[in-house]
Design a protein. Structure first.
Length: 258
């Protein structure tokens, strides 16, 4: 494992305006003056968190997928974030893991946010995604998934880094700021949460609070209440040292999710 250089984008999202969001994110990323291995964007980064799936969903060969492919190739890094995808008569809140060569993996949000009626518009996924980058095993998930530790349990150290892309409202930011460190400590993994900033089309305010927490609960990065694009590294030896010194994962309960 090498150290991993990561760029997070805590951005203002223009409500239900795909073209404007893609243009704005491209502009922001053009200011990144150092190489990076991974760019992380928020949940529904091209629209904001909307239930207007019929109007805004794209196919897997749509403009946003092409933008992700072009951006990954241009920056020579992986680009990830979620968007609304249509397949047949179904809609998905789908995270894409786009590599520079144009190949990709995807993860469909497992836990749909019933309070916002997401479960009435979208189809839930049922498969966890584990991807690899420079020797790191990475588990990317979406927003509300953060509340469900059984789904996120690091069984047999299957991942080294968890990523949560989100549209998490400020009114519950205490939960976000509590749960992310808890997931890092209990799973002995780095955890990165990338949230949006600003008001959405429903006048819900998002304070950002994007962060990176190491396996011991130490804050590597944290940014509240402003737009931010930031590049930092996470340390492979720190992760391995923690697991050697405190081999808690081997004592974890074994279980399966039906």
């Amino acid at each position: 494992m090498n150290n991993l250089k990561i760029t997070t984008y805590q951005g203002y999202l223009f409500w239900e305006n795909i073209d404007k969001n893609l243009q704005n994110i491209s502009l922001r990323l053009s200011g990144v003056r150092t190489s990076t291995d991974l760019v992380i964007l928020p949940e529904m980064f091209n629209t904001g968190f909307t239930m207007n799936a019929e109007k805004l969903a794209e196919p897997m060969d749509g403009k946003t997928m092409q933008w992700m492919k072009d951006t990954a190739q241009k920056m020579n890094c992986v680009v990830t974030g979620s968007l609304i995808i249509s397949e047949g008569e179904k809609y998905y809140n789908r995270l894409i893991w786009m590599r520079p060569d144009g190949t990709y993996e995807h993860y469909d949000k497992r836990h749909l946010f019933g309070l916002g009626k997401e479960d009435e518009k979208y189809t839930a996924g049922n498969k966890k995604l584990i991807v690899e980058l420079l020797g790191w095993k990475i588990c990317p998930v979406i927003c509300y998934d953060l509340r469900f530790p059984v789904w996120l349990r690091n069984v047999k150290a299957e991942y080294d880094l968890m990523i949560i892309v989100a549209n998490w409202p400020e009114r519950r930011s205490l939960h976000w700021r509590t749960l992310i460190p808890a997931r890092a400590v209990e799973n002995q993994a780095y955890v990165i949460g990338v949230n949006r900033f600003g008001y959405d089309g429903n006048e819900v305010y998002h304070s950002g609070d994007s962060m990176c927490i190491d396996p011991n609960g130490k804050v590597i990065y944290y940014k509240p209440n402003e737009e931010d694009i930031y590049t930092f590294s996470i340390n492979a030896e720190e992760l391995l040292k923690t697991r050697r010194a405190l081999p808690f994962l081997k004592d974890a309960d074994s279980f399966n999710i039906e």
